[in-house]
Structure formats: structure tokens, C-alpha cells
Ligand binder design. Sequence first.
Ligand SMILES: Nc1ncnc2c1ncn2[C@@H]1O[C@H](COP(=O)(O)OP(=O)(O)OP(=O)(O)O)[C@@H](O)[C@H]1O
Ligand code: SF4
Ligand SMILES: [Mg+2]
Length: 329
Amino acid sequence: MTPLLDIRGYRLAFDGFEGRAEVLDGIDLAVQPGETVGIVGETGCGKSVLARSIARLVEMPPGRVLGGSIAFEGQDVFAMDGRALARLRGHGVAMIFQDPMTYLNPVFSIGSQMVDVIRAHDRAEGRSMRARPAARTRAAELLAAVRLPEPDRLLDRYPHELSGGMRQRVLIAMALSGEPRMLVADEPTTALDVTIQAQVLRLIAELVATRGLTLLLISHDLGVIGALCRRVVVMYAGTVVEDADAGLLFDRPRHPYTRGLLAAVPDLARPDHRVAGIPGHIPNLLAPPGGCRFHPRCPLAIPRCAAEKPGLRDVDGRRVACHRAEEAA
Ligand SMILES: Nc1ncnc2c1ncn2[C@@H]1O[C@H](COP(=O)(O)OP(=O)(O)OP(=O)(O)O)[C@@H](O)[C@H]1O
Ligand code: SF4
Ligand SMILES: [Mg+2]
């Protein structure tokens, strides 16, 4: 089966005042249609820049692709012209982010913004643009689909009149308006209260199931990932270190970093959760450590780890990037 998303050897850097930061260092990740994949890792490990890269949303410059490729439905994302890109962003992969307010315009009503988005998708799909009243009817249907009450009244309201949870539902409704194949949700509930968080996560799970969406869910919270995803990808300092079925990963993690993350799970109840299981910090990506980027923090490090970068390989039914994966069970 052709993967829906196929990322191979993808390397991304940011050029800045202090030099070049190599923030993604050879990412390999293929996602099949219908999969639900979680990406987890500490702050700064590259989850968001990877997600944004899929829809070519990383600003270049300062970003610069150093190598590798990203294909969606077999099409090279970096070779797409404006029209193909607009189609990718509507009908291909829809994104939702942590802070919905950033993506809503405070001076226009919800309805006016949704109508514009719906008509833009018509244009991207090469259809004749529907009239505004028809687009408004569609917007109301979408608001109902994300379980917002009284959609018609809501369309006339402004973003600041809505709660954070309602705004996130509006953004999800907008994401659905292009009938995407894949939903990429980057910390979609991190900014919300715990009870609202659970409701929005349930909504995402329901939409994924009923619409057959492929899901890429990014979170630093393993509990959130475990609730929604069948497969988990663990990132560390711009690399994929483990990629496994969720059950397998939670029961028998192989990578020392994954083991550290799981050791910190009791802290997940704390909103400001830190990875307590792993001493130290992620490295400065302006001068990342050679070999395995985790070696300065790894309890199992041996001299080879500083000299040779471990590639992802199949061990015990999953992919793991560690020279000592066999011993780390
Ligand atoms: N526009 C940019 N210019 C320069 N550096 C950037 C830019 N965007 C991201 N970075 C850097 O890329 C690295 C990865 O950032 P990213 O936002 O992807 O991390 P993350 O895993 O999503 O973290 P978090 O959990 O905090 O959201 C960081 O070192 C960050 O500083
Ligand atoms: S390769 Fe070495 S340093 Fe890296 S995780 Fe494995 S044992 Fe630790
Ligand atoms: Mg992020």
C-alpha cells in the first residue's frame, strides 16, 4: 500500500544570528491511510516543525531543507505549485494547533471566516465557488458536526465571545471543511482546562472514527497519545528514536529515552509536567552532540554511542534507534 504520508531522511535547519540549528536530523516516518499516530517528545525536540513541514508551513528562510523528502499521496510536497499546495492544505492534510485564537481573526464573525475558508476550498478543488448563503449553510453543518449548540447563532458571533474549547471546536470545524484525508493536531488541548480537554479529545476520536481520518497527534503528554493513537513515534532532539504499536511501547519500551519518558508518567497529572525520569536537558541544536544525540543523558551510553549515529532498525516488533536496543529490554 502506498503510504498516505511518506517522510524519508528529512533534514531541516534554521539559519540564525548564532549559526545553523539542525532541528530535524533525518526523519523517516511513513503513515498508512487510517492510522492514528502519536508523536511525543520533550519540548524543542522538533514535533511542531515536523508537523508544519508536512503542509509546507515552515517559513523558508530562516528554515532550510538540508535533505530528504516528504510525499503526500505520492506527491512531493516541496515540488508542489501554488494550486497543488492549496489542495494539499484543504483536502489533503488539515492542521489544528494549540492556540485557536492565533488562527481566528478577531474582527470578523465566525460565520464570515468559515464562509471564506469553505469558498477557498471550492477554488482549490477547481469547483465553482458556492454562493455565500450556501457556504453559510455548510458552515452551520460543520459546527453541528463538532457538537457546538445553536450553530446558526454562533455564526454571527466573534472569536472573543467564545470560550477556548468552543474556539478549538470552530478550528476543528474549519479543518474539516476541506474534507481532509489527514488531520494533524499539534497539542490541540494543551491550552484547555482538564474537563474541556477530555471533551475535545473525545470529539477528535469520534471524528477520526466516523470520517475515516488518518490522525497525526502531537503531544508532550503520553496519556493523551495513549488515549487516541494506535501507534506512537518518540522523538528526541530532531530524531525519531522509537516507533511502535502503542501497546508494545507502553508495555515494553526499548529506547532508553522512551523508558525515561514512561518513568515520568505519574507526573502527567501536573499540567507543568517535566520529564522527571531523565536528568539533563535536550542539547543545543546549534552544536548537537555527535553520534547518538541522546548519549550525554543516556544511562546505557558506551563509547560507540558518541562516535556513531544509530539508525532506526527493527528490534522486537518495532523500530528503534539505539546501538544497545537488544540489551535495553
Ligand atoms: N521559525 C523558527 N526559527 C528558528 N528556530 C525555530 C523556528 N521554529 C522552531 N525553531 C526551533 O526548532 C526546534 C524545534 O522546535 P519545535 O517547535 O518543533 O519543538 P516542539 O517539539 O514542537 O516543542 P514544544 O513541545 O515546546 O511544542 C527548537 O529548537 C526551536 O527553537
Ligand atoms: S545509542 Fe547509546 S547513547 Fe543512544 S540511546 Fe542507545 S545506548 Fe543510549
Ligand atoms: Mg510544538
